[in-house]
Design a protein around this ligand. Structure first.
Ligand SMILES: [Zn+2]
Ligand SMILES: [Zn+2]
Length: 190
């Protein structure tokens, strides 16, 4: 049963994050036999291993965001950035490419830090995490953004269409993923 690593409550069906503290629900497994273990257990019930290293935690109920949904999120972000740039110009502090680059860097680099999302991703129910579903720190997020900007030069984002795990080239490089908070159809209670 997935549970919250912060407050230990069990995950209600079809929810990815704890409503109390917004932590992602996790499923803990024994590092030796991969049997599911429960919070606060010190020994694996299946193989008797001492869980001193801590169980391996696997997040539940996140699927790779689909390419059309990601394109939609990017378009929404582009629109929001356009509005932000208009506001910037109205302040009469000067415009041009450096300002656009700075705004884009702040938008895509800073917003996804610590399980964040851009505005477009928020609307589309997406979240950016590492490959193993940990929250991004500032360094990882900036690396991800630079890799994404660079990979556009040879259409790296298109690769997400052909990969089973739905990762773009830059995501494969930086070991990050865009996850959809919508649960799988099979996980939705009838
Ligand atoms: Zn919680
Ligand atoms: Zn075990």
């Amino acid at each position: 049963m997935p549970h919250c690593p912060a407050c230990q409550q069990e995950a209600p069906a079809a929810v990815s994050r704890c409503p109390l503290d917004r932590s992602f629900f996790v499923l803990s497994r024994c590092p030796r036999c991969e049997a599911e273990v429960f919070p606060k257990e010190r020994f694996c019930a299946a193989c008797g291993s001492h869980l001193e290293g801590g169980p391996v935690r696997l997040a539940a109920r996140l699927t790779a965001a689909s390419v059309p949904a990601r394109v939609a999120a990017s378009l929404l972000d582009g629109l929001a950035l356009l509005v932000a740039y208009e506001i910037w110009l109205s302040l009469e502090w000067g415009g041009g490419l450096p300002v656009v680059a700075l705004l884009a860097a702040a938008w895509w680099g800073l917003l996804p830090v610590r399980a964040g999302q851009t505005l477009g991703q928020h609307v589309m129910g997406q979240v950016v995490l590492t490959e193993d579903r940990q929250e991004l720190n500032l360094k990882a997020s900036l690396a991800r953004m630079l890799a994404a900007a660079f990979s556009w030069a040879f259409l790296g984002p298109l690769r997400a269409l052909f990969r089973a795990d739905g990762a773009t080239t830059s995501e494969a490089w930086t070991r990050t993923r865009t996850w959809s908070l919508q649960p799988d159809a099979e996980e939705t209670p009838a």
